[in-house]
Design a protein around this ligand. Structure first.
Ligand code: EPS
Length: 374
């Protein structure tokens, strides 16, 4: 049983849409459940003007009746409120192509490679789709997969552990659940959070931007999702790919991650003990994944986000029109969007788990899957 999705939509088009196919019938699903995640994605200290315009709401256009999935494709739509300011410029028919042209590529954005690859002279034709606005559609559609894994007891959490040069102290899961959710930066360490805010304020004052690192934790993961037998069935590879596909993500770690390369094996591998009900581990350096399979421990993933590519104090670039040196284009943007990226990270992680869950336990209806799962 295969679970798959597509998203469509431009940042300043009429709407973002997404379709997810392969969901079983009989799962509880409401727009409110999806909208809670969309609201979380809009938060975070350091966001720009767009989030003041939008109140992202998913409409369920198909595949759900009376609050339960039907088994058919589920189509979601999020209208862009900002469309009313862009309808002439972004029209699919006769459009105002002269206004709001972008002709000086921003280093770090898709502008230059997209121009060369697709031949667009107006970089808007690249940035409209490269924009992290697309992550609203991704959160909505992946949250449908999240509903499935939550139905089977899994819980997905995230917290921000670094912004710019400021690192948070390590925190336990209860603190992450309690404190990160209250924090404007989804950070469980209040001291670090205060310094992170200062660093964001400084970046804003300098016309600069900031990246950071978020961590995803998934509890109650069944043993044996994914497989060791073939590269594209290894769940660690699929999760890393999913996280890496989020706009601006440049690095992914699982468990100890890069630190494992610096330690001897005796300090890295999680010893196995006989417990009262099955096997026990003394540690979780593997982050819940061994040989591409879940091992029943918590899943622990981290992703590093680069600073946003649009700088209000622009970097040096070259004008596509004149071929001369010019300052990079400035589009409205965020200063820092790491907390939002953490919510997107939760969503794509949940989707990959849902997909692997369906491969192992999948059926056409929830009752059929429940029997197999038991
Ligand atoms: C975003 C919407 C975008 C940006 C941001 C994230 O909207 P606009 O371009 O109209 O301001 O605020 O995207 C980027 C930083 C980027 O580089 O594309 C959103 O919905 O999260």
């Amino acid at each position: 049983m295969m679970l798959r999705y597509l998203t469509a939509g431009e940042s300043h088009g009429p709407a973002l849409t997404a379709i997810i196919e392969g969901m079983p019938a009989g799962l509880d699903l409401s727009a409110d459940y999806i909208n809670r995640q969309l609201a979380r994605r809009q938060q975070g200290y350091g966001r720009g003007g767009r989030m003041k315009i939008e109140t992202d709401q998913a409409e369920i256009l198909s595949g759900v009746r009376g609050g339960k999935t039907l088994g058919g494709p589920i189509c979601l739509q999020i209208r862009n409120k900002d469309w009313s300011n862009w309808s002439a410029i972004m029209a699919s028919g006769e459009a105002d192509l002269a206004s709001r042209r972008v002709t000086v590529p921003r280093p770090g954005h898709g502008d230059l490679a997209g121009h060369i690859k697709y031949g667009h002279e107006d970089l808007r034709n690249i940035l409209e789709r490269a924009s992290a606005r697309e992550t609203a559609a991704r959160v909505a559609v992946c949250t449908v997969g999240r509903r499935l894994i939550e139905h089977f007891g899994m819980e997905v959490y995230s917290h921000v552990i670094q912004i710019g040069s400021v690192k948070a102290q390590p925190a336990g899961l209860p603190e992450i659940i309690d404190r990160a959710a209250q924090s404007e930066l989804f950070c469980a360490d209040p001291d670090a959070e205060a310094r992170m805010k200062q660093e964001i304020d400084q970046a804003r004052a300098l016309g600069d931007s900031l990246g950071g690192i978020f961590e995803i934790i998934v509890c109650n993961v069944p043993v044996g999702l994914g497989s060791h037998v073939h590269w594209d069935r290894k769940l660690d590879g699929r999760l890393a790919g999913a996280l890496m596909s989020i706009q601006a993500i440049k690095g992914v770690e699982i468990g100890l991650g890069f630190a494992a390369a610096t330690l001897p094996g005796s300090k890295v591998h999680d010893e196995i003990f006989a417990g009262e009900s099955g096997f026990k581990r003394g540690s979780n350096n593997a982050g819940g994944l061994e040989a591409g399979m879940t091992n029943g421990q918590q899943l622990v993933l981290r992703a590093a986000m680069k600073p946003i590519a649009t700088l209000y104090n622009p970097l040096r670039s070259v004008s596509l029109e004149s071929g001369e040196a010019a300052e990079a284009a400035v589009e409205r943007s965020d200063i820092c969007a790491v907390p939002a990226a953490a919510v997107v990270g939760e969503a794509v992680t949940a989707f990959e788990l849902a997909s692997a869950f369906m491969e192992k336990y999948g059926g056409d209806s929830i009752s059929e899957i429940e029997k197999r799962f038991r």
